[in-house]
Every structure is written in structure tokens, then in C-alpha cells.
Design a protein around this ligand. Structure first.
Ligand SMILES: NC(=O)c1ccc[n+]([C@@H]2O[C@H](COP(=O)([O-])OP(=O)(O)OC[C@H]3O[C@@H](n4cnc5c(N)ncnc54)[C@H](O)[C@@H]3O)[C@@H](O)[C@H]2O)c1
Length: 377
């Protein structure tokens, strides 16, 4: 996206004068399950001004807008695209409609926040990224978890090198979920895990290849249980487990690294993050081994000599509690006012789509290892 120099200098003048930048006029499209969360947060945020709610089901739009005085409801997207007070559109319609709705908004010169996944496929996502760049508008993907205090802390720990070299990542997102008709469990749940990994890993999530296994044991017509392996550069490995059929809800990410191991348990508000100074170290055998007479030990014995286990403290960093979608609204508005790219921009959405498409291809070929197309941003 080209930097909006005028907007940036206007903002700098406002900030220097101690003024808060004007809130961004916004409309939310889609008032089904998730839309009302965007609507509430757009209304509550000081960075945005909720002007309208659109749903092709007018009754739904009206019910969603009703609690908020002065917010109008509409059934037609064209209604808000023609309104100059509406600078930005937040889209919470199903992924199959993201391309059409977002493209219409971009072409009308509106900044766009799109729910995950960015689009129904890589080619569609790329069309959106290119269109936004050409039109000079912000394109942001709502990778909600990236705006939680826990994920932001994990990102800092990794960027500052506090965990050391990553050895493995294990992400589990299982529960009794709504079996979707149009997408499988990978496309429904894994965007969360993949976008979190893309956000926390220095340089983003750029696996060399993936392989996916899945099953549909209830005959739903969609993969309901999925296991995705990501082969990362440098020889480490990440695994993502997603499941709609698990009676027990689990939301954890474990990151094993050379200095410390981190466990994020999103369902444990008293201790979401745990940092373990525990792990396995490999040390070179010392020279004096050669001095021992009759050094005729087998390879296993030799390996035993150079493996050591660390068993230090565990600490649980304190984290503030705040709603991630407030962070999403602030980031979106700030990117618009300053002309910078948002933290979860279209490119990050595209990297997630690249991996999801490779996972789908792998599933078709019984878990074959599929190389990534690779997003050069
Ligand atoms: N960030 C998160 O944590 C999170 C959580 C759940 C869902 N989502 C995402 O939110 C999006 C919506 O999911 P949902 O579960 O709310 O879907 P939903 O089916 O419950 O609601 C979608 C709404 O969009 C409306 N709609 C569809 N096409 C439209 C169009 N062209 N114009 C206007 N309205 C239209 C429908 O009438 C419906 O009311 C999906 O992309 C999903 O992946 C994100």
C-alpha cells in the first residue's frame, strides 16, 4: 500500500496538538454469528464510529443495529458504499462471499477489514491484496487472536530471542464444533492457529512443505478431525490439531525451544502463559573420553554421554485482560489514519491461505508432503 503522506502528517499534527484523531466512520457487513461482535466493538471503540449494519437479511441487520442509537440498518451493500461518511467496511459474511464484498468496497475507495480466512482461496486473496494496493486503501484480516495480550507477549518473547531456537510447535484447537456445510475443519479452525504462528514467528510463518491427514467419521461430508504438519526452515516442525468432534475443549500452543519451553493455555485465565526452564541439551563429548583406555563403547552409550536434561523453574507471566477485538479496531483505525500496513495485513491473510490450500491438496493425496507456493512478503 502506498503511504498516505497527507494523512500521516495530518495525524502527526493532531497528536502533537494533543488531539485524538477523528474516529473512522465504519459499516459492518454480515450480522450472523460473528458480526455482532464486530458491531459491538466498532461501537465501543474510540477509534471507530459505527454508522451502519448491512445484512442481506434485513431483519437480521435491524436486530443487530437496534441496541445502538443512530446506527442504521440496510440490506444492500451499495447503500453504504455510496456514503462518503463511511470510510471503512468490516466484513463478517461467509468466506465464499469475501471476494465479491471486499472487492466492491475496495473499488469504492473504502478501507477493508475482512474476517478470517481472507478469502475462499489463494487466487481470490491475491486479487484482494493487489486491488487494495492499487487503490491505496488498507486491507486488514481479522486474525483476532493476534490481538490478545497472551499472543502479543509470546510474539515479544520470540522476537527478543528469549526462548532461543525453536525446536517444535504443537497447537491444539479441539471442541464440539459446529459442523460447517461449506468448509472443512482445517478451513474453519486452522486459520486461527496459522495466523497466530504467522504473527509470533520472526519473519512470519513460512513452512517449506505441509502434510495433512483428516477423517470424517460421522459421514458429515466434510473432514471433521484434522492433523496438519508443517515442515519449517531449519529442520524444526509444527503440528496443528483441529477437531469438531471432541467433547473436551482444548486451546493450547506449546513452543519448545533451546532456552525455554512456553505453554499457552487460552482456557486457563489464571495462568494463560507458562514458561519452563526445562528441556534437553546436547553437549559435545569432552576430549578426555579419548583418554580412557579401551574406549570401546557402542553408539547408544556414547549418545547417553552427551544428552543432559535441564529442570529449572516455571514462571507464569501476568497478563492484562482485554478484548482482542478492541485491539483489532484500534489497529485498523490507526493503519487508516497513518497510512501504514496493519499488523495482520492482506499478506498475512495470503500466507494462511497458501498453507490451507496446500493442506487441502495433501488431504486429497492421503497426507502427501506438499510444497508451499510461498508468499514473497
Ligand atoms: N475471528 C473469529 O474468531 C471468527 C469467529 C467466527 C467466525 N468468523 C468468521 O466470520 C465470518 C462469518 O461467519 P459467521 O459464522 O458469522 O457466519 P453466519 O453465516 O452466521 O453469518 C453470515 C451473515 O452474513 C450475511 N450475508 C451473507 N452474504 C452476504 C452479502 N453478500 N451481503 C450482506 N450480507 C451477507 C448472512 O445473511 C448472515 O447473516 C466467516 O468468515 C468466519 O470464518 C471469525
Amino acid at each position: 500500500m502506498s503511504i498516505d503522506v497527507e494523512a500521516k502528517s495530518r495525524l502527526e499534527l493532531q497528536v502533537r496538538a494533543g488531539e485524538r484523531p477523528a474516529p473512522v466512520g465504519i459499516a459492518v457487513i454480515g450480522a450472523g454469528y460473528w458480526g455482532p461482535n464486530l458491531i459491538r466493538n466498532a461501537r465501543q471503540s474510540a477509534a471507530t464510529r459505527l454508522i451502519a449494519v448491512v445484512d442481506r437479511d434485513r431483519g437480521r441487520a435491524e436486530r443487530a443495529a437496534a441496541p445502538y442509537a443512530g446506527v442504521r440498518a440496510a440490506a444492500d451493500l451499495a447503500d453504504v458504499l455510496a456514503d462518503p461518511e463511511i470510510e471503512a467496511i468490516a466484513i463478517a459474511t461467509p468466506a465464499s462471499s469475501h471476494l465479491v464484498v471486499a472487492l466492491a468496497a475496495i473499488e469504492a475507495g473504502k478501507h477493508v477489514l475482512v474476517e478470517k480466512p481472507l478469502a475462499a482461496g489463494y487466487a481470490e486473496g491475491l486479487t484482494l491484496v493487489r486491488a487494495a494496493a492499487e487503490r491505496g486503501v488498507v486491507l486488514m484480516c481479522d486474525h483476532t487472536y493476534c490481538y490478545t495480550p497472551a499472543v502479543q507477549r509470546i510474539r515479544r518473547l520470540l522476537q527478543d530471542g528469549d526462548l532461543g531456537e525453536i525446536q517444535f510447535i504443537d497447537s491444539v484447537r479441539v471442541n464440539l464444533g459446529l459442523v460447517q456445510r461449506d468448509v472443512d475443519v482445517f478451513w474453519d479452525l486452522a486459520p486461527h492457529d496459522l495466523s497466530i504462528l504467522d504473527h509470533i514467528l520472526p519473519g512470519g510463518l513460512r513452512p517449506l512443505a505441509v502434510s495433512a491427514q483428516g477423517a470424517d467419521p460421522i459421514g458429515a461430508g466434510q473432514t471433521c478431525v484434522g492433523y496438519l504438519t508443517l515442515h519449517l526452515p531449519g529442520g524444526s516442525i509444527a503440528h496443528v490439531q483441529v477437531n469438531w468432534l471432541s467433547p473436551v475443549k482444548v486451546r493450547t500452543i506449546t513452543i519448545g525451544a533451546s532456552k525455554r519451553t512456553l505453554v499457552w493455555d487460552d482456557l486457563n485465565p489464571g495462568q494463560r502463559l507458562s514458561l519452563y526452564d526445562r528441556g534437553v541439551d546436547l553437549t559435545e563429548p569432552t576430549d578426555d573420553v579419548d583418554d580412557i583406555e579401551d574406549v570401546d563403547r557402542d553408539a547408544d552409550d556414547r549418545r547417553q554421554k552427551i544428552v543432559s536434561y535441564r529442570s529449572g523453574d516455571m514462571i507464569a507471566p501476568a497478563l492484562p485482560e482485554r478484548e482482542a477485538l478492541q485491539g483489532v479496531m484500534t489497529e485498523f483505525a490507526d493503519a487508516i489514519r497513518t497510512g501504514r500496513s496493519p499488523a495482520t495485513d492482506g499478506w498475512s491473510g495470503l500466507r494462511v491461505l497458501d498453507i490451507l490450500e496446500a493442506a487441502s491438496r495433501s488431504l486429497e493425496f492421503a497426507g502427501a508432503v506438499v510444497p508451499l507456493r510461498g508468499v514473497n512478503r
